[in-house]
Design a binder for this molecule. Sequence first.
Ligand code: UD1
Length: 429
Amino acid sequence: MDKIRIVGGNALHGTIPISGAKNAALPLMIASLLTEEKLVLENVPRLADVALLQRILGNHGVDITTNGKRTGDDPNAGQTLEIDARVIVDTTAPYDLVSRMRASFWVLGPLVARMGVARVSLPGGCAIGTRPVDFHLDALRALGADIDIDGGYVLAKAPKGLKGARIVFPKVSVGATHTALMAAALADGESVIENAAREPEVADLADCLVKMGARISGAGNATIHVQGVPHLRGARHSVLPDRIETGTYAMATAMAGGDVLLAGARPDLLESALDILRAAGVEVEATNEGIRVRRNGAGILPVEVSTAPYPGFPTDLQAQLMALMTKAKGRSRITETIFENRFMHVQELARLGAKIHLDGDTATIEGAERLTGAPVMATDLRASVSLVIAGLAAEGETLVQRVYHLDRGFERLEAKLSRCGAEIERISG
Ligand code: UD1
């Protein structure tokens, strides 16, 4: 298994290109199941999760071609996928695939909406806590689907098609909002989705669905109106930039010190995180090309943060912020309100010398003068990148193991950081 080796101490200087958002690319690829025509997605990041979803969609009969890189192409540009779901040969998504990536469960909504039937494995356990799918199932039930659970599979049936309905989520869920949006797009009549997730990736999915002929208004707000249509058509759509990757490299720059341009980043997608960085004493400036992050000499100030659904501080940046706060001058407090077990990185950060005390959903971090390199273990996607951030400021060598977690969500991480002066390399094996 590959490892990432980091020798801390170098400041970062240069430009980091921001890739297309993984969390938008996945639902956009799944939306291809809603139409017999071709969906062309641009700026798709080259990630293990994207490759796995290609396999999962392929299993349903979806044909996907990726345009090869031509001479002169920008090596940082994302890939273009041409996705053709004209023929669905199989409406089952099997356990061995769905268990490897939870988001693949989201094929359930579009499959039952278009085909009238879908059989999708329950995703199973997850390193960051129990992640049920009840909101997805309740939304589809509200739209008239019959739902049975048998042998670890969800069987959804709507032989006469789905019917528009009012869907009220008890708690904000990004995935369940995607499910409701895609299913309602092909339902008969009007749907109203209340307490919908306002994440930019939901709005990006809605934008693409509208290009495909869906009638949706209000995406990006808590109430979304969908007027169902009988068919959707092909479209071309470019995936929005990854706000979590942006925030991650902003925190890496804050941690290591230096001056980095996050090229192509959109500050409007992560205002809460940028505000926290400013409160921590980091210089953050929106420019025509993206976001410029600087920390030269000044220390890091402690902050108090709670994660929250968008536009709040994202849970997907919680581990990275915690890594940064291990070097703050004083005591920080981070409360995780979205996932109950998302503190797996705490014990690993402790191996580097971080002083973190956990009490229920709150972590108290006593900023330390020094972190020292050590072998550490990646446990999930965002936790693993927090160890890289800590390693950038630790004295000596940090060896991050199980980096396949990183490859799920960060495109060419070691190349992007080393081009800015970090001593970081991948050790294959
Ligand atoms: C998505 C993101 C993930 C991010 C999360 C929260 C993708 C591919 N993943 O995950 O990176 O951390 O949003 O911003 O976009 N819940 C239920 N029942 C359900 C569904 C969710 O109780 O049926 C709960 C979850 O356990 C969690 C909360 O709702 O406590 C939010 O989860 P949700 O927004 O659904 O996360 P995902 O869509 O899986």
